[in-house]
Design a protein around this ligand. Structure first.
Ligand SMILES: C[S@@+](CC[C@H](N)C(=O)[O-])C[C@H]1O[C@@H](n2cnc3c(N)ncnc32)[C@H](O)[C@@H]1O
Length: 264
């Protein structure tokens, strides 16, 4: 699984959306102290720059060194390449000691993890009782009715090449296991909805598709998802501004919870 994002790391870093300030403001408002954040499955650091502007120190981890190679270098950010089955001793040596982390963030990656193992590690490393985990995904993009219709047909055609776990994203993280207490001021753990926008040229939109794990999987099976017919349909439906750009909107779904008092 972890290999699916290795080959297209460069496309990933240029074509994937970042995340809106409102999302970070909400998460930070629910996190009582802002010393250390662990961004797991950090990829090329899509969440890191904003986190680094708020927390004293950020640890970004990923199983792909190639993804990390494209992440931003910032003085208070440390990146670590971890093994897919992260052991407790690797967790302690690369990320931190028990009850040492204020916030764990997971952007567009939680669905790929072994949830039981990961949640045990999160509960161990978060400060008790108010350490927070925030995990979010974004689903398929929206532009305008004409283009969205072409895109939805294309997305259906791509379905056989997605891992089954992608279903958790299609479900907007409503069905993902999330064994944490609601944060203060909330009576549930989400999903809470946000949106992120990216101004794109059609060529950049194609790069976004090429950054999908499903695009990579199809290619390995000898199938070019962006074939001539698909490119023509997308090109005809893309009505950009004078620079050929359009605003692409991605709905974002956040699960957020606190670790609570594990001894209760
Ligand atoms: C869809 S990308 C998300 C990257 C980035 N966080 C973002 O918001 O765009 C998923 C990332 O999770 C990483 N990944 C997959 N399984 C992992 C695991 N078990 N532990 C850590 N990272 C993992 C992949 O290498 C990839 O970089």
């Amino acid at each position: 699984m972890a290999d699916l994002f290795v080959k297209q790391a460069e496309q990933y870093s240029v074509a994937r959306p970042g995340y809106p300030q409102q999302l970070f403001d909400f998460i930070v408002s629910k996190t009582p102290s802002h010393d250390v954040v662990w961004d797991v499955g950090t990829g090329s650091g899509q969440a890191v720059t904003t986190l680094a502007s708020i927390f004293k120190s950020v640890i970004g981890t990923d199983t792909s060194q190639k993804q990390l190679d494209f992440a931003p270098n910032l003085p208070n950010v440390r990146y670590e390449c971890t093994s897919p089955s992260l052991s407790m001793s690797e967790l302690e040596s690369k990320i931190g000691t028990e009850s040492s982390v204020d916030l764990v963030t997971v952007a567009q990656a939680l669905h790929w993890f072994d949830h039981d193992t990961f949640y045990n590690q999160v509960k161990w490393i978060l400060k008790k009782p108010n350490g927070v985990i925030a995990a979010w995904c974004y689903t398929i993009p929206r532009t305008d009715d004409e283009f969205d219709l072409v895109f939805q047909n294309f997305y259906l055609q791509s379905k056989p090449y997605w891992d089954l776990l992608r279903g958790l994203v299609d479900d907007k993280y409503t069905t993902i296991k999330f064994p944490f207490d609601p944060v203060d001021g909330c009576d549930h753990t989400g999903p809470f909805e946000f949106e992120t926008k990216k101004l794109m040229k059609l060529s950049e939109f194609f790069t976004y598709i090429k950054s999908w794990s499903a695009y990579q999987t199809a290619k390995e099976k000898g199938v070019e998802l962006l074939n001539d017919g698909v490119i023509e349909a997308f090109t005809n439906a893309w009505k950009g501004d004078e620079n050929g750009q359009k605003i692409v909107t991605y709905p974002v779904y956040l699960r957020i919870g606190k670790v609570g008092d594990l001894l209760k």
